[in-house]
Design a protein. Sequence first.
Length: 153
Amino acid sequence: MKWLCIAFLIFTLPEDVPYRAGDDFEARLKFELKPRHAAPLAQSYSSLRSDIQQAPSLLPFLTVDFKVLRLYPGEVRVRVEDGMGETVMSRKVTEGMALPLTLGFTDDLKGHPDGYAYSIYFMTRDREVTSRVVIFFEENGIFRINGEPRGKI
């Protein structure tokens, strides 16, 4: 029975779902400079002196503003998954709705040896997946939407 469930899950994964047309959505990258707090280190000479201020360095932090421009008939829901298959967001969707995707620091995105991905699935009321958008960041910083290169971070 366990093998039957595993086989069912493998064959019903939404990997064969078609990509969504590029004019049905808009994805904008938004960069902010945010402090990255390092882990506390052992006490050093500079931490013993009160006249030396150690401010955390500011690093680029990436957020993608994903806007749904058009829905197909019957689509009422959207599910966002990260590269590990974990659901990040699941909610009802309307035309013109913006979905902010917080991705993190750009160095972390580029640091993944296999790349870093987000998948956005559009679903019907019965949770049947009709189309998808894949946002992928390669190790060298090139980002792709549905396999097409869109720029470099």
